[in-house]
Design a protein around this ligand. Structure first.
Ligand code: SF4
Ligand code: SF4
Length: 177
């Protein structure tokens, strides 16, 4: 043990530094928030619950059932069924999804999206098995107005302004030693 290390050990300097840091946090703004009453802004490009996009004019699903999303999905959790040239069933086993976003990238029609919704925990596995109807209703719920259009314009290309620290974001200002 070097002399410097010895002095540090016997004077408990590291412990005192740690306690000083803890004490300084008593008088700074809290970093915790009262969820669900308070929420932080969602990061740009956040990948939440899936939705199936609808045509703005007809309101029909954009999906043509080509199956590219199901083929590329590394979790093999997308199931597409076609009957008489139409998509009869489109299902996602949400519990197996790893939110990689490959399905969105692979779709040539912009028919599947990952919305910003992250609040869909449930006690039942069945409720987390997304059917075509549930996925289409997610589009109405989480992609209203021109949000869907904006999503594809900016997908994987968030703007620099998106990364500015929100004014209400508490910052940890401890010094590095
Ligand atoms: S996000 Fe990835 S894992 Fe989830 S359904 Fe799409 S391709 Fe599959
Ligand atoms: S969501 Fe897109 S990639 Fe998947 S089956 Fe439909 S059209 Fe094809």
């Amino acid at each position: 043990m070097t002399f410097k290390k010895f002095i540090k050990t016997v004077t408990f300097i590291e412990i005192l530094k740690g306690m000083a840091l803890t004490l300084s946090r008593f008088f700074s703004r809290s970093v915790t928030i009262q969820y669900p009453d308070e929420r932080r802004p969602i990061a740009p490009g956040f990948r939440g619950q899936h939705a199936l996009a609808k045509h703005p004019q007809t309101g029909e699903a954009k999906c043509v059932g080509c199956g590219l999303c199901a083929t590329i999905c590394p979790s093999q959790c997308i199931h597409v069924f076609r009957e008489k040239g139409k998509v009869s069933r489109y299902e996602i086993e949400v519990l197996r999804c790893i939110y990689c976003g490959f399905c969105v990238e692979a779709c040539p029609y912009g028919a599947v999206v990952l919305t910003e919704n992250y609040e869909y925990s449930d006690y039942s596995k069945e409720n987390l098995y997304m059917t075509k109807e549930k996925l289409l209703s997610n589009w109405d719920k989480y992609m209203p107005g021109n949000k869907g259009e904006e999503y594809f314009k900016r997908f994987w290309r968030p703007m620099s302004g998106d990364f500015e620290t929100p004014s209400q974001q508490p910052m940890f200002r401890g010094k590095r030693s």
